[in-house]
Design a binder for this molecule. Structure first.
Ligand code: DQA
Length: 145
């Protein structure tokens, strides 16, 4: 049976392809989900790909993953910079964790430079566009080997 990973996406990422495409690209969240699912299945992983604009929903999915998944890839979007709740939830998760940002948050406004999530994940990928998700899935597969 293939191992399950969660790919969690935070607020406004439902607007991928429409919102600031010069920063976040022209692909939609559905396109991204499809690509991640393909890349994951080539590595023997199955994916639960989710997006929410609500902090508590992301926390609930992390709690759910504690019982069902071996890894979490998360783009917490703006909550990266504000959410101690997501930080604490991730600390309760015993599997492997990777944070992804489409843009290079360190080259943008100073309020994006700090991520509470980076303090508690195994790895961080930023600034490589949507390709960063594919890299995260491949890296997750290696971390799980
Ligand atoms: C983002 C970067 C965040 O600062 C921003 O709030 C987002 C997306 C990224 O993927 O580059 O919504 O996480």
């Amino acid at each position: 049976m293939s191992k399950l990973i969660y790919i969690l996406n935070g607020p406004n990422l439902n607007l991928l392809g429409q919102r600031e495409p010069e920063i976040y690209g022209y692909e939609t969240l559905n396109d991204l989900a499809e690509t991640c699912t393909k890349v994951a299945s080539a590595s023997g992983l199955s994916v639960k790909f989710l997006q929410s604009n609500f902090e508590g929903q992301l926390v609930d999915w992390i709690h759910e993953a504690r019982h069902t998944a071996v890894g979490i890839i998360i783009n917490p979007a703006a909550y990266s910079h504000t959410s101690i709740a997501i930080h604490d939830a991730l600390k309760s998760f015993e599997g492997r964790t990777i944070e992804v940002h489409i843009s290079n948050i360190h080259r943008r406004e100073s309020f994006r430079h700090h991520s509470y999530v980076s303090l508690c994940v195994d790895g961080v990928i930023a600034g490589l566009g949507l390709h960063g998700y594919e890299l995260a899935v491949e890296s997750m597969s290696r971390l799980l080997d």
